[in-house]
Design a binder for this molecule. Structure first.
Ligand code: 5RP
Length: 294
């Protein structure tokens, strides 16, 4: 066992030196089989190498979040502009017509176990079986991981179990870095958590944007998609997307900054243009305003 007191805080992240992908467009995933790579190619566009996921899984512990009181009304108009639906099986099967998933991927929320009524949210279980993930045509399974929290061990068991079963069926796992009381939003924390999740074998890691984000992406050997976090003014949210991608993120998995926007359909198009068309956040904000005022 390595002695943790002797771990030197190295600063050599090799920022700017891309990790060799050996011909497959998804970082760190060249050594998987056909089914896994096919699903990853539905998530990450082979042309841009990036993804726009729409997160609407908040209800699994928050109930009807502001902006998501009616999934059936809010999500379908956004669908044409996204690559991936990220939701629970209940939300998907009750509120999203299967035909809307034509040429889209599904990131299925597969962990749960606490609610806003609990002081400690860090104890979850894998709550969807692999057979159900297959029935839902999941392209990846999303599992919350609570590094540094009381529920760390059980969440590592959860993500490891999902990775084991996902690998058997060719379904990627997305480890979702949780933040909370014990988990600071610092580069040190995100480097630790994202790297741990990648080393457990997750094919995708979701985490928040932070300072020195290029060191987080450089030291994580699989793609990172950023969570949007709490609602920001639209220009700030677009700046965050642009900066995250410029610093090595492979996409965004955004919820509140889209569905709580004054103009969600305009906002999702502006985010999409940053992710896939390479425009900057100023151009994207101009686009947002133009679409909003139409
Ligand atoms: C919670 C999640 C959520 O899907 C995600 O964080 C919500 O997206 P946003 O923060 O953009 O509203 O994974 O752990």
């Amino acid at each position: 066992m390595a002695d943790k007191d002797n771990i030197k805080e190295t600063k050599d992240y090799g920022v700017g030196i891309p990790q060799a992908t050996n011909g497959f467009h998804v970082k760190g995933c060249n050594n998987y089989g056909w089914g896994m790579k096919s699903r990853l190619s539905k998530i990450f566009n082979p042309q841009s190498g990036r993804t726009l996921m729409l997160a609407f899984d908040h209800g699994y512990f928050l109930g009807p979040t502001s902006g998501l009181e009616r999934l059936d009304l809010k999500i379908p108009p956004l669908a044409p502009y996204i690559d991936v639906f990220m939701g629970t099986r209940g939300a998907l099967s009750a509120c999203i017509e299967p035909a809307l998933s034509y040429q889209k991927a599904v990131a299925l929320r597969c962990s749960s176990g606490s609610s806003i009524l609990n002081d400690d949210l860090s104890f979850e279980k894998v709550s969807v079986s692999i057979e159900e993930a297959v029935r839902m045509n999941a392209d990846c399974m999303a599992i919350q991981v609570f590094i540094g929290a009381k529920g760390q061990l059980s969440s590592i068991e959860n993500v490891s179990k999902a990775i084991d079963t996902g690998n058997s069926y060719g379904i990627p796992t997305m480890g979702v870095v949780a933040v909370g009381k014990e988990m600071e939003r610092t580069p040190q924390y995100f480097r630790l958590a994202t790297r741990m999740i990648a080393e457990f074998g997750a094919q995708i890691v979701k985490c928040y944007y932070c300072d020195d984000f290029e060191t987080v992406t450089a030291s994580c050997p699989v793609p990172i998609v950023i969570a949007g976090g709490k609602k920001l003014p639209e220009k700030e949210a677009l700046d965050m997307c642009y900066n995250a991608l410029a610093r090595g993120a492979a996409g965004v998995d955004m919820g509140r900054n889209i569905f709580q926007s004054d103009a969600p359909v305009a906002m999702v198009q502006a985010v999409r243009a940053i992710v896939h068309d390479g425009i900057d956040s100023k151009e994207a904000y101009d686009m947002y305003q133009e679409l909003k005022n139409k």
